[in-house]
Design a binder for this molecule. Sequence first.
Ligand code: ATP
Ligand code: MG
Length: 664
Amino acid sequence: MNMADDESGDGQLEARLAEQEAFEPSDDFVEQANVSDASIYDEFADNWPACWTRAADLLDWDEEYTQVLDDSEEPFYEWFADGTLNASYNCVDRHVENGAKNRVAIKWEGEHGETRTYTYQDLFREVNEFAAALRDLGVEEDDVVTLYMPMVPELPVAMLACARIGAPHSVVFAGFSAEALATRMNAAESRYLVTCDGYYRRGDPLDHQAKANEGLSNVDHEVDATVVVDRLGDNGFGHDLQRNQHDWDSLMSAHQGDRVDPVERGAEDMLFLMYTSGTTGKPKGVKHTTGGYLAYTAWTSHSVLDLEPEDTYWCSADIGWITGHSYIVYGPLALGTTTVMYEGTPDYPDRGRLWELVEKYAVDVFYTAPTAIRAFMKWGPEYPAEYDLSTLRLLGTVGEPINPRAWKWYYKHIGGEECPIVDTWWQTETGGMMVSTLPGVGTMKPGSAGPPLPGIGAHVVDTGGDEVEAGQAGYLTVDRPWPGMLRTLYRNDERFVDEYWQTHSDADAGEWVYFPEDGAKIDDDGYITILGRVDDVVNVSGHRLGTMEIESAIVGVEGVAEAAVVGGDHDIKGEAVYAYVILEDGYGGDDEMRDRIVAGVDDAIGPIAKPESVTFTPELPKTRSGKIMRRLLEEIANGEELGDTTTLRNPEVVSDIQEQASGD
Ligand code: ATP
Ligand code: MG
């Protein structure tokens, strides 16, 4: 085949894909899917809340529960409340006991290509030894243990060891600052810390221990013990252990062969705390409990990610984010699956790194974020094309709306047009997925997440609480509790009620409605398209425009990889649309491109939404979970002083963007 044929063939395919609005899973996929019968929606609707025993049945309980849902103190719901269980037993011991001791639990790959493999038996041994070490250091049931660790296998080991002895963990993303660590340890009055000497980023060792020590010096109470994992060995920074600091390996040797009985925990006992990423301000300590959370993550891993024990599954998120808790650690391990963990970034040593790993580990199911997919698009399809990705069966995304162009790129270049894609909407607070197609059941519509999962009461309503008509936008709400839901904000019941339940509930009438603070649109077939956070709006001459909608129009323009839109002050209009745009490789940020972007927004939304300013930039400021920090861009647009940048993943981009913006 010559080049010309190739291009026209490819061009036709692109054109066909660009037109196509609905996609069906293949017969082969449906045939093998864990859930393939649409009757599951009715089954859950007709039999609610008892339907949730389906989720609880995926676990082994010490004491069976007698009541599924206790709603006597709304909105403080309890699930399976009188049942008892242990999460580490469910994620580790029972697989060892059930004949899977030599199945791989965790496949870890370091940035430089070192590998570590943990069978369920290995995991059992390490979790027990570390649980014994924690006990020895004085950790008791219900003590909060802070884990400030990068993507090393010791992180899930520590999480499961905490779960084993009933000590809730609070994982603080390793990329966060010393200050962020101290704030979170203070808020939880956490007296124990597990951390790491460092890790690798793009070839260089990072000094994590210095940051941890700096954080510790700002903790307001006595910290009883700190454990430090030696990740860097001879490449380390040579910090001495301070008072009450211990080396991970020495502790493990001291407890070699120790066994710790899993503590019987009440279903409603806290499993962990997770501080939200703080895109919008002061971090909230989201409390998740043992029974409901584990049942929910296992159930959604089974029904949405379609995981089987035989699968090799890879979620490329960081465990420091809820996605990693639910879908690298708890959900997949509860099901006895092999879960892959990767230390590094997708473009080191080169832009094919992730696909190299998919091929190497023969990954069956892959779960990532739209922001990553847009980066892959920018780099070009030649990188995945070099690898054999044919083992993939299912793809997923989470974190942001995925625009149809990115969806189709993922579908074609990663899934080879054979893998269904689940676009899963959920939050730290929901514990697990809430809105998504079931891959073996539903039609996929790029850009639209799908219907609420079975048993989930998600709706799109107006300010009066009535469901909006098809095609209309409104507020996303959830009018029924679900097992994975947060139980409260740690030590702040009042803020919990204010933050999530005030806006759309009618407490006097006993109607409690959860408000995730996202806007959405509903289609006539009940599919929900997430529009983004309700506070992300630009007010142009009195018209409230959702930033996500404008961004989606911009990334629909050929050559655009990613865009962020904010409101900048404007004398006449009140606010004007400021766009920050990343282009795909090979496209220039010239006037022609600027005109095409403005025209694209005009076509998709109307002249009112046309950007006043378009700034081309190589990167956007992102939080650890890959979300654009719009607040910062707003400050840049308005030439204001910049607020807190400590939770940014890439603080260095800020000055680049400022330069570009002032250059226009
Ligand atoms: P904070 O609540 O601290 O400001 P955050 O909301 O960014 O931070 P997360 O809980 O990690 O923290 O993110 C949840 C949010 O991500 C959702 O409320 C929604 O806005 C967005 N989101 C997640 N998945 C999707 C998806 N599939 N489609 C659209 N938006 C999504
Ligand atoms: Mg949020």
